[in-house]
Design a protein around this ligand. Structure first.
Ligand code: ATP
Length: 395
């Protein structure tokens, strides 16, 4: 439909970027990015109307998102013509704007387009050797100033390299090293840094990505206290194992994977020094509070649980771990080498935490008890008694 519409309007439309890359790699990708060589917003409006979807706009960036009735998102962008810094690159008038659009992208593997106008539907547009790089499994930038233009591409290069098991090309690797020497990572805003770090830590192969960031000096550039050491590596490796175990259990609530890894990456940093790291990532006051609370809770619970000599009763395990956010609980499990403690944490995650009791605050009220803080204390005692089998609870 989009291709037909483009032909009607007399413009050219292309599917670009990650979607094309993933089709060629036979991987699934649900994000569809369109580039049109005309007003993208007007195009998106029309597309939304024709497909019974909704459109949202970003006037400043001349982009729009169309959400189709089945939930599929289609990003529509206007081919950028404002990049005249490289006028020599213009080959033919018809292809100029799509070529320019592709030229400002991060890597050759992301700079492919597929023409969708009916006259040449499905024709692959490859100006920069993208197919060759996909075949050679190489991450390559399009020009030497790429990392100067946008240092987040350093982290993106590592992300794609590890995700697809590709290699960063020799020249590109040198450009990354130069960019690091020039301290370009320092120029990145905390917001963009956090965004890229979150994405990397939410992907598979976290340890390999972190090791690669470390090897290239990215972590040190972000903050010297974040350099990897063997203790951190071990915990991250163990966390990777636990994350697959945890996700297979389909337990609720889902946990914030990246925060768990972030805890491990900052292992051993004092509370006071953590402030420097929060500053570097420009955490908001609430994010900061959340991490402080997470680390304090872990510190307190780990101190208690590591010191135990004899067996712990289920109620004791529950009382120790329930104040800790889930991310912290998994972190404690990954950090300990004692099988007994791993067993306790696993018992907490898979059973104790999920037990419910039949008594509610309403029941207490019905009994004529005055509502107040004693309610929750009472209910808590009932729960603890249930966990130890002194009262009957529900699984
Ligand atoms: P993913 O599968 O992780 O979503 P993606 O390639 O779709 O990968 P996005 O971040 O959604 O990644 O970006 C979409 C496209 O926009 C990319 O394929 C790339 O062409 C371009 N792009 C994104 N970020 C940058 C950047 N920092 N510099 C240049 N081009 C970028």
């Amino acid at each position: 439909t989009a291709g037909e519409m483009a032909a009607e309007i007399g413009t050219e439309a292309y599917v670009v970027g990650g979607f094309v890359r993933d089709v060629l790699l036979t991987k699934s990708n649900l994000d569809l990015d369109l580039v049109v060589e005309s007003d993208g917003i007007a195009f998106a409006k029309k597309l939304a109307k024709r497909m019974d979807g909704r459109a949202k706009y970003h006037r400043k960036f001349k982009t729009a998102v169309v959400i189709l009735p089945d939930g599929q998102r289609v990003d529509v962008a206007t081919a950028r013509l404002e990049y005249y810094e490289y006028p020599a690159a213009l080959p033919t008038v018809e292809l100029s704007s799509i070529k320019m659009d592709l030229y400002r992208r991060d890597f050759t593997i992301n700079a492919l387009a597929v023409h969708i106008n009916p006259s040449s539907f499905g024709k692959l547009v490859d100006f920069f050797g993208s197919q060759r790089d996909l075949k050679d499994k190489t991450i390559r930038v399009l020009h030497a100033l790429s990392f100067v233009e946008d240092p987040t591409r350093i982290m993106r290069a590592i992300r794609f390299e590890q995700r697809f098991d590709f290699k960063i090309g020799g020249q590109t690797l040198n450009l990354i090293k130069n960019a690091l020497k020039l301290n370009l990572i320092n120029k990145l805003s905390g917001y963009r840094l956090t965004h890229e770090m979150r994405i990397i830590l939410n992907e598979a192969n976290v340890l390999r990505s972190i090791e690669r960031m470390n090897e290239l000096g990215v972590l040190e550039a972000i903050h010297p206290l974040m350099e990897l050491n063997s203790a951190r590596s071990q915990v991250i490796a163990e966390l990777e194992r636990l994350m697959s175990w945890y996700s297979l259990l389909y337990l609720e609530p889902p946990l914030s994977v990246w925060k768990t890894y972030f805890l491990a990456m900052c292992m051993g940093v004092s509370k006071a020094k953590m402030e420097q790291i929060y500053d570097r990532f420009s955490f908001s006051p609430s994010e900061r509070r959340e991490f402080i609370h997470l680390r304090d809770a872990v510190f307190w619970a780990a101190g208690n649980i590591m010191n135990i000599k004899q067996e712990m009763k289920p109620s004791e395990i529950y009382e120790t771990l329930s104040p800790v956010p889930l991310e912290g609980v998994l972190f404690i499990m990954a950090r300990t080498k004692r099988e007994m403690i791993k067993k306790y944490v696993s018992q907490y995650l898979t059973s104790l935490r999920l037990k419910t009791i039949d008594v509610t605050g309403e029941d207490l009220k019905d009994l004529g008890l005055e509502p107040g803080p004693l309610y929750s204390e009472f209910l808590n005692q009932v729960k603890l008694a249930c966990l130890d089998g002194k009262l009957k609870g529900r699984d």
